[in-house]
Design a protein around this ligand. Structure first.
Ligand code: ATP
Ligand code: MG
Length: 443
């Protein structure tokens, strides 16, 4: 293990032990330590009741936000640690939230209620493990397995279905056979899970290294919350650009995209409009005219269903709306795109096109793939030279237009827009005299 447990966490474990309680690191952090990756937060579990925990940290900053569920947040050296009393959850009558949280004296009981074996390992400050379900063995085997009987565990809490797919994708683990069968069987449990929670797990799934493999293995689970994917999963495309059907192409494109949430979501949904736009010509070749706009609209609705934030929704749909546009490295083309979508979205679009083409027939897509670095270089040069891309950078402004005798009002904006367009096209340099001459000579 190369990662050193922060002194603050060790101090918490020591303090609890010194007061006669048991205390362990537990859950995701122990799993990540054993995998040799850095945990993003350290959770601690303890035999101490919340009041006892509080008494142990009288001199520290303690937040009581989760106290009903037995969790106190202890702040050490500016880092927050969640310290949770051993507990089990009782009854899930709404299939979502446990009816009650019951504190238990025994670590085993606490580990037993956890979802997957790799998440049910505890480690004390001396590095001694408590691992009653052989989570360490499963980490070695790279295997995701429910703690206890899979069907029962997934029926207790439907979110675990999504968590299962998420962990399998982010850890790139195989799903143990019984667990896999139960994930399929209990997919309907997702109907009882809040959209926000499905969304959070889906995002982690999509950015995982094993995302495409999991999407390929669990299409039925995806359909529970996004039935709109159904026709894409069935889509055949007889077209020289494609060597796969719609779904397999989508999975290749997801896999080829950088592990960024917006890009992965865009690739998952980029061809969602294709099934309803499919037309087969007399030679038997399929065409998908209009699928960008239709897809952007469908994606918008799907992202709303899962309550994605506005920025993500706007970005993903804007990219889908142009993902199949043919870009060139020509300066005027690049300048116009940079003007319309801004540099950030433009560079994202290059990634989208790259991922899309990597999922297509290599014989056809090769030329476009080869062009992408040139387009990128062209954009970088334009930006480095601080060429004029917006009205703000134009060498003349509204005052100049008025001074040339244009009526105040909308006409001023129209003149400026026209000038900017000419500069973007390369018809006119962005120079004050040249632009003033154009204003004077306007017809
Ligand atoms: P991450 O690294 O993404 O935070 P994690 O394993 O820490 O992964 P959390 O959601 O932070 O996941 O949960 C912490 C621990 O609580 C898990 O490792 C697991 O033991 C347990 N847990 C969380 N959610 C559930 C659940 N729905 N059912 C059972 N156990 C759960
Ligand atoms: Mg965690």
């Amino acid at each position: 293990m190369t990662y050193e447990i922060p002194a603050g966490a060790v101090r918490i474990l020591e303090t609890l032990e010194a007061a006669g309680h048991e205390a362990y690191l537990v859950g995701g952090c122990v799993r990540d330590l054993l995998r040799g990756t850095e945990p993003h937060d350290l959770d601690i579990c303890t035999s101490a009741k919340p009041e006892q925990t509080k008494a142990c940290f009288a001199g520290s900053k303690v937040l009581k936000t989760g106290i009903k569920h037995g969790t106190l947040t202890v702040v050490e050296d500016g880092t927050s640690y969640e310290v949770t009393t051993y507990r089990v959850e009782q009854g899930y009558s709404d299939r979502r939230h446990p009816d009650a949280v019951i504190f238990v004296p025994d670590l085993y009981e606490d580990l037993r209620r956890r979802d997957f074996t790799v998440n049910a390992i505890a480690m004390d400050r001396r590095g001694t493990f408590q691992d009653p379900f052989d989570g360490r063995g499963d980490i070695q085997r790279k295997l995701l397995r429910c703690v206890g009987e899979p069907d029962r565990r997934l029926r207790e809490d439907g979110l675990r279905v999504m968590r299962g797919l998420r962990f399998a994708a982010s850890l790139s683990y195989l799903v143990e056979e019984e667990t896999a069968a139960a994930l399929h069987r209990n997919r309907g449990m997702l109907k009882h899970v809040a959209a926000e929670r499905i969304r959070a797990e889906l995002c982690k799934l999509l950015t995982g290294v094993g995302a495409a493999a999991i999407l390929r293995d669990y299409p039925d689970v995806l359909l529970e919350f996004w039935p709109e994917l159904g026709p894409l999963m069935e889509l055949e495309q007889h077209n020289p650009w494609h060597c796969w059907g719609g779904w397999e192409h989508t999975l290749h494109a997801v896999d080829a995209a950088p592990d960024d949430q917006i890009l992965r979501l865009t690739m998952l949904l980029h061809d969602i409009g294709k099934p309803s736009c499919k037309r087969t010509d007399e030679r038997g070749i399929d065409h998908f005219h209009g699928h960008q706009a239709v897809g952007a609209e469908m994606a918008d609705r799907m992202l709303r269903t899962l309550r994605f934030d506005n920025r993500t929704r706007q970005e993903v749909t804007a990219l889908i709306a142009v993902h199949d546009d043919r870009l060139t490295a020509g300066e005027s083309d690049v300048r116009r795109r940079l003007n319309r979508m801004g540099p950030e979205r433009f560079f994202r679009l290059l990634e989208v096109i790259r991922a899309d083409k990597l999922g297509q027939n290599p014989e056809k897509a090769g030329a476009i793939l080869a062009e992408l670095p040139r387009i990128r270089a062209s954009a970088e040069a334009i930006l480095a030279e601080r060429q004029c891309l917006t009205l703000r950078e134009l060498a003349v402004n509204g005052q100049d237009v008025l001074a040339a005798g244009v009526e105040p009002g909308r006409a001023v904006g129209r003149v400026l827009d026209g000038l900017l367009e000419r500069v973007l096209c390369g018809d006119t340099p962005n120079e004050r005299d040249a632009l003033l001459a154009l204003i004077r000579n306007r017809t």
